[in-house]
Ligand binder design. Structure first.
Ligand SMILES: Nc1nc2c(ncn2[C@@H]2O[C@H](COP(=O)(O)O[C@H]3[C@@H](O)[C@H](n4cnc5c(=O)[nH]c(N)nc54)O[C@@H]3COP(=O)(O)O)[C@@H](O)[C@H]2O)c(=O)[nH]1
Length: 931
């Protein structure tokens, strides 16, 4: 307060304790004598310097302060009735006025002994006799001041009146006028404050409007806060920093000078622990220069102005009570005063912003929740929420679709009652897992829908814990796996069944067989395995097509199944191969009876696509555990028995015997040994002469293959040639025979027997081999023989399979110029019609017709007929297996061209033959003509 301004005294001066009195100086004049005691107020002479030691006082002190002046030895001080906090300032004012005017007049409050406040006007001047002393007067102005106080409490409406009154009344009293002017200043200050507050409120209203606007944009709102607050607070900059997980996620700084926003330096919460600590404690933190050096230090880098300027901070507290941001106003003016309304305003803005942040977070959470709910609602997977009792509190559409129950039919209902699990044992498992162990349960369930349909589902139920780790609910995922199960079953069926007939496939059959063998072992019972192969099925396929073949197989399967019990097994394990497993077979004849039934029923006509088809089957039977105790051996034994049945003329059944096993083992042995036979030169050719029945000369030879095994000795061709056929080795062997025979013809020619020919047996596989023609051509070409000297014997059965192709192959052979004959004629049911088409030169009457001549008239008639027919077809005839003169004579009578047999010679090695040829010629001539 400048000049003579009043100093309020709101608190009792602690320097003076009640009961204290002021002293009278030793030099004090007698006031009663002088009459000064009659004057109002306190008249004093005191030291100019504190503590204002009085030299003399009048009695007015007691009336004004309640203290009695005392003797000169008391050390009372006038300054002690003045509050300590004001003393220094008062002293300075008095000294200043004395300096300027040599006197002073100041109003201030003192504390009465009774504790009450009194206002005084202190007027004084330096003592004329001592510059260190002051003489003055304390006048009690409490009434006036109190009155002024009352006036001050009046509001703005009085201001006008006061101003009016001041001008109209033209107060004579200068003191009152000054008081009134002071009032006006106060009112003006309040008006400014009011205006500021109004502006602040408008700003807040505007922000609230923005926040409630439909076009609400949080970032825009932040900008507006910066902008408006800068203006209303008259600050130079205002920034908002926001943190999340210790990182600034958004920061914005408005600069009044440029009226522009810029990204400020980043404030990372973890780099400003002191600042955070302050912000946590205070709603508003004002940073003055020199204040809170620890905070200033922290801000040195990010906010260098923190050290120079005044900053005001308002923390932003998030929903979890942690500081999520800060609002900072920055003012270049170092003497800036932050009024309480401004602090309040900034705090209000911070409150508002916190609310917006929370709304933002809430909105974000709501958006997330909404998105999550939408996702769950639209999910194809069934989702359910259960309360702690296992009752539905939520289900999505997919769950309703799977179970057939709508949400309102499920909510509040217990899960296990509604699902109606078929596997009832699961109920207790689920209950135990969820309610007792509070553990996750998942598994495949078979349940019944509301409509009563059974379905499969995969269910996962997970306990959900709250923040206190207490079970609050269960979350469940429910997937309809019926389609998957069906597909799986279908795949399993495909994997274990024959797609054509629907019978079991080999894998399933073998698994069942394995199980049956184990049962036999345990129970001592017996099983039978039947192995069935349709005879000549290939012909049906080739002649009527695969579709008909397939239909036949389906019908065969049906007929087989009709012959066995449902507990027995029937499988198709190959093209036309079926296996049948008979359980609990008491004796072999029981299995035999079933097998016969099957053969009988299969031999009955089948009707497919207007075709009546007659087939037969060959069937092998093996019994377990007698014939074998493992799958492989009994399957092999049944197979061997079936082959045996087939070899025995088809349409028959054969029980497995150990001999078959031995034969099979021998075959396996031969198969392996044959691979090395050629390389080891164990194979060689014998030649058996043929005699011309017209002149008794040797006209040619038949080449017959021999195998001299180093350990087993001579192995008959009947045994190893079929194996060579099966393994394909016959091609290599056959080529070698052709080349060897060409070589023999060359050597015979060299020996003078250039008229002799050699007949080579062609196997079926060789005959069909496309490279045969080239091989023969090459052999003839390389040897340079006359091709007619080389003869090829082809069996009847080879020709009857794919006749057209056979004829074509024969034509090609004939084009080379070789001689062709049909071997084993009469055994293969060859049609005479075909015979005319075959480009052949000779027919060989099979040994079986010759061997019983002259005892079997039937064979004699057939032989005679074949010879006659051959003549009619202009073909020559060779009779084989001639062992007796009677046979020779009969054949000669029938005009058979040639004869071959032991009667003339057994097959001989080339060397022996060449050596014996002259003798053989003589002997043959003798045999024919010497009788
Ligand atoms: N693809 C080929 N097959 C061949 C070849 N070599 C022989 N074979 C065929 O093997 C079967 C058995 O032949 P094999 O044991 O050699 O028997 C032949 C003669 O030894 C035998 N034969 C001849 N004369 C008589 C006789 O008076 N009595 C009697 N009991 N047996 C006799 O007959 C067989 C010749 O038969 P065939 O071929 O039908 O003229 C046999 O089927 C041979 O064909 C070969 O190299 N390749």
């Amino acid at each position: 307060m400048p000049g003579h301004g009043r100093m309020p005294c709101p608190v009792p001066p602690k320097e003076i304790s009640p009961g204290m009195t002021l002293s009278r100086d030793r030099a004090t004049p007698s006031f009663s004598d002088s009459g000064l005691n009659l004057l109002p107020g306190v008249i004093y002479r005191r030291n100019i310097t504190p503590p204002w030691q009085p030299e003399w006082l009048n009695d007015g002190l007691q009336a004004l302060c309640g203290y009695r002046p005392r003797g000169a030895d008391d050390s009372a001080q006038l300054l002690s009735v003045i509050p300590l906090s004001r003393q220094q300032e008062l002293q300075q004012q008095i000294e200043r006025q004395l300096r300027e005017q040599n006197r002073f007049s100041i109003e201030y409050s003192i504390r009465h002994k009774d504790g009450s406040i009194r206002w005084i006007q202190d007027r004084g001047q330096r003592a004329p006799d001592n510059a260190q002393m002051i003489e003055g007067l304390w006048l009690d102005i409490s009434d006036r001041v109190n009155r002024e106080e009352q006036l001050r409490t009046q509001h703005s409406q009085l201001q006008g009146e006061l101003k009016l009154s001041a001008s109209k009344l033209q107060l004579a009293n200068q003191e009152l006028k000054r008081a009134l002017l002071t009032q006006i200043e106060l009112q003006e200050a309040r008006s400014t404050e009011l205006q500021r507050i109004q502006g602040q409120q408008q700003t807040l209203s505007r922000l609230v409007d923005m926040a409630s606007s439909k076009r609400y944009d949080f970032h825009q709102l932040l900008k507006e806060i910066c902008h408006l607050c800068c203006r209303i607070l008259r600050t130079d900059r205002l920034g908002i920093w926001m943190f999340e997980d210790n990182a600034a996620v958004s920061d914005l700084l408005y600069d009044t000078a440029t009226d522009a926003f810029s990204p400020p330096a980043t404030i990372r919460p973890d780099s400003h622990p002191q600042l955070l600590e302050f912000l946590r404690q205070q709603r508003i933190l004002i940073l003055h220069q020199g204040d809170h050096p620890e905070v200033v230090n922290e801000l040195q880098e990010t906010l260098p102005s923190a050290a120079d300027n005044r900053l005001i901070f308002a923390p932003l507290t998030g929903s979890n009570q942690t500081i999520c941001g800060v609002l900072i106003a920055d003012c270049d003016n170092r003497r800036r005063t932050w009024h309480s309304d401004e602090r309040f305003f900034l705090a209000s803005v911070a409150d508002f912003l916190e609310l917006q942040i929370m709304n933002q977070q809430k909105q974000g959470l709501l958006d997330e929740l909404r998105a999550f709910r939408n996702a769950v609602e639209q999910s194809n997977s069934g989702v359910m929420m259960l309360n702690r009792n296992g009752e539905f509190v939520y289900v999505n559409h997919a769950f309703s679709n799977i179970t057939g129950f709508q949400a309102d039919e499920l909510i509040g209902q217990p899960l296990l009652e509604r699902l109606q699990l078929v596997q009832q044992s699961l109920d207790s498992q689920i209950r135990e897992s969820l309610f007792e162990q509070q553990a996750l349960w998942q598994g495949e369930v078979r349940a019944r829908s509301k409509q009563g349909n059974l379905y499969w589902a995969h269910m996962t139920l997970t306990p959900v814990l709250d923040e206190r780790k207490q079970l609050c609910q269960f979350m469940g995922v429910y997937l309809d796996t019926t389609g998957q199960k069906d597909a799986q079953a279908h795949i399993e069926k495909l994997a274990f069944s024959d797609p054509l007939t629907g019978l079991e496939n080999r894998q399933l059959f073998q698994e069942k067989l394995q199980q049956a063998l184990l049962n036999c072992e345990r129970s001592g019972s017996q099983i039978a395995l039947l192995f069935l192969d349709i005879d000549n099925f290939k012909r049906i396929n080739d002649s009527l097509g695969h579709r008909t073949g397939d239909q036949l197989l389906i019908q065969v399967a049906t007929r087989i199944k009709a012959c066995v019990r449902t507990s027995d097994g029937v499988a198709r394990i190959g093209g036309d191969e079926f296996t049948i497993l008979l359980h609990e077979v008491e004796k072999p004849s029981d299995a035999g009876a079933v097998a016969k039934n099957i053969l009988t029923i299969i031999s009955k006509p089948f009707y497919i696509d207007d075709h009546q088809i007659m087939v037969s089957a060959s069937l092998g039977i093996t019994l377990a555990p007698g014939d074998g105790s493992d799958i492989n051996s009994i399957m092999r034994h049944a197979d061997l028995a079936m082959y045996k049945a087939k070899a025995q003329g088809k349409n028959t059944l054969q029980f497995f015997t150990e001999t078959m096993n031995e034969e099979a083992q021998l075959r396996l042995f031969l198969e392996n040994e044959l691979r090395n036979a050629m390389a080891n030169e164990e194979l060689y050719l014998n030649l058996q002469p043929k005699v011309d029945l017209a002149d008794g000369t040797i006209c040619g030879m038949e080449a017959l293959l021999r195998w001299n095994h180093p350990e087993r000795g001579m192995i008959p061709p009947d045994h190893f040639i079929p194996i060579a056929e099966d393994t394909g080795q016959i091609i290599e062997i056959g080529n070698w025979i052709i080349r060897t025979c060409c070589d023999y013809i060359v050597r015979l020619t060299e020996e003078g027997y250039g008229h002799l020919n050699i007949a080579v047996n062609l196997s079926a596989r060789q005959f069909r081999e496309p490279s045969l023609i080239e091989t023969i051509k090459m052999a003839i070409c390389e040897s340079g023989i006359d091709p007619t000297q080389l003869e090829f014997e082809i069996t009847e059965s080879m020709l009857m399979d794919k006749v057209d192709q056979a004829i074509e192959q024969m034509n090609q052979l004939k084009r080379i110029g070789v001689t062709l004959s049909i071997d084993d004629f009469g055994t293969g049911y060859s049609s005479l019609a075909y015979l005319r088409q075959f480009p052949i030169d000779l027919i060989k009457v099979d040994r079986s017709f010759v061997q019983d001549i002259p005892y079997n008239s039937g064979d004699m008639e057939i032989t005679a007929a074949v010879i006659a027919m051959a003549h009619r077809l202009n073909l020559r005839v060779v009779a084989e297996g001639v062992e007796t003169a009677e046979q020779q004579d009969f054949l000669r009578q029938q005009l058979c061209s040639y004869a071959q047999g032991y009667f003339y010679s057994k097959p001989l090695t080339f060397e022996l033959l060449v050596q014996q040829l002259p003798a053989l010629n003589r002997q043959a001539n003798n045999k024919l003509f010497s009788q």
